[in-house]
Design a protein around this ligand. Structure first.
Ligand SMILES: Nc1ncnc2c1ncn2[C@@H]1O[C@H](COP(=O)(O)OP(=O)(O)OP(=O)(O)O)[C@@H](O)[C@H]1O
Ligand SMILES: [Mg+2]
Length: 401
């Protein structure tokens, strides 16, 4: 994946002589002390990060930690005190006005927390706004706006005014307006925090759905850890203007960089973050559909296990054979195919543990974990699922049962 946005040592200090404060932060002076001593506020200090094309990158942190200040550096609504902001390889923080204007009009759009709609304009006219600024013809404007109104599920409301809509609907208008410019990058500063929980969840799912269809690069701010982990491919955690950790939700849960982050993720529902592939065990032993029962028994004996998966040549799971059934089968002169169990539970490797729990309970055999091509990549026992919910790492003993 290509890098779309790269921030290099970006700092933003508020005050009359911002640059003069940088050495103090460098020496480790706290944000509070700097404010008391100099009257300057450290908005962001020395942030470096990269966002890939098509990624959902979440910025999370407590109120005042610098999230908005940082996201506003992405499109230079805040001009960094120091550092570089590369968009598609071009440093917009250190180039001329025309480059910036072009990037703002063509590459980046922003969705705000309080919608920022024009109340005297209809839904359609709000969505058309950016296109008007760019001198699109009336007909083009209308077509593009209508298409995006439909994408966000507001078809039929185009002639209404913002104050005739619910909060959730107004935020959809904000989203449609941003999408209408067909930006590569969407900046979203706490876009859903004014919405009630039910609508909020609905909007989260819809955003993921739109992202899947349109493949935008999304920078999303929230101080809700569950929202961050649900939406983010990767999450950056901020504290007092510093980016303290960047990682996938799984990485952050498994290895929080410090106590601040541990405290933050304390209430997270692990079962909705940890996926099958994080708790599964890679199988040491497998038998093929063309093998006989003697081979199956030998595999199980050598690996000290009491059941083994049967796969075909493409490594697709066909069944599972237990040692007892194999021994009995040999006595009764049966084949591997005769005695293998075929009613096994197969799960995808990106299924969440919350969905796996009922499946492990209904079956006394391991769950088979498969990849996108239905190939067997691992197996899961009930104990692994439970370990995934509480411990750092499940025991990787490489054995079935
Ligand atoms: N324009 C400004 N002038 C002076 N200080 C500012 C300005 N904007 C932000 N700050 C300060 O920078 C710090 C970071 O603020 P910021 O708005 O980025 O926080 P945030 O993480 O977005 O918080 P919230 O979750 O409340 O939106 C705060 O201490 C704030 O007071
Ligand atoms: Mg903010």
């Amino acid at each position: 994946m290509t890098t779309q946005i790269k921030l290099e040592n970006v700092s933003k200090i508020f005050g009359s002589k911002p640059k003069s404060v940088i050495p103090m932060v460098k020496e480790g002076m706290s944000k509070d002390d700097i404010l008391a001593k100099t009257g300057h506020t450290v908005g962001v200090y020395n942030a470096s990060l990269e966002v890939k094309k098509g990624e959902v990158f979440v910025i999370m942190g407590l109120s005042g930690s610098g999230k908005s200040t940082l996201i506003r550096c992405f499109n230079l609504l805040n001009k960094p005190t120091t550092g570089s902001v590369y968009i598609d390889g071009e440093d917009i923080a250190n180039s001329g006005k025309s480059t910036l204007k072009k990037v703002r009009q063509e590459k980046i759009a922003m969705v705000f927390q309080h919608f920022g709609l024009f109340n005297h304009r209809t839904v359609l006219a709000n969505v058309e706004y950016g296109l008007e600024v760019r001198h699109y013809s009336r007909e083009e404007r209308r077509n593009i706006a209508m298409k995006n109104i439909e994408i966000v599920g507001l078809k039929g409301y185009e002639d209404k005014y913002p104050d005739e809509l619910s909060g959730g609907m107004q935020q959809r208008v904000g989203l449609a307006r941003a999408l209408a410019n067909d930006p590569d990058i969407l900046l979203m500063d706490e876009p859903f925090s004014a919405l009630d929980p039910l609508i909020r969840r609905e909007m989260q799912l819809e955003l993921l759905d739109i992202q899947e269809r349109l493949q935008k690069t999304i920078i999303f701010i929230t101080h809700d850890v569950n929202e961050a982990f649900k939406l983010g491919d990767r999450v950056a955690v901020m504290k007092d203007g510093h980016v303290v950790q960047i990682g996938t939700p799984e990485e952050i849960i498994e290895q929080p960089a410090n106590n601040y982050i541990s405290e933050f993720i304390k209430d997270i529902d692990r079962s909705k973050v940890i996926q099958a592939e994080h708790v599964m065990i890679k199988p040491n032993a497998l038998v093929s559909t063309k093998d006989g029962l003697n081979v199956a028994i030998k595999e199980m004996e050598e690996n000290n296990i009491s059941s083994v998966f049967v796969v075909d040549r493409k490594r697709e799971v066909k069944g599972l054979v237990t040692i007892d059934d194999a021994v009995k089968g040999i006595k009764e002169k049966k084949s591997l195919q005769d005695v293998m169990k075929t009613d096994i539970n197969i799960v995808k490797r990106d299924e969440y543990v919350s969905d796996l729990i009922p499946k492990t309970l209904e079956s006394s055999f391991p769950l088979a974990v498969v990849d996108e091509e239905e190939k067997l990549v691992g197996f899961i026992l009930r104990v692994h699922v439970l370990a995934g919910l509480i411990a750092d790492e499940p025991e990787k003993e490489g054995q079935v049962q």
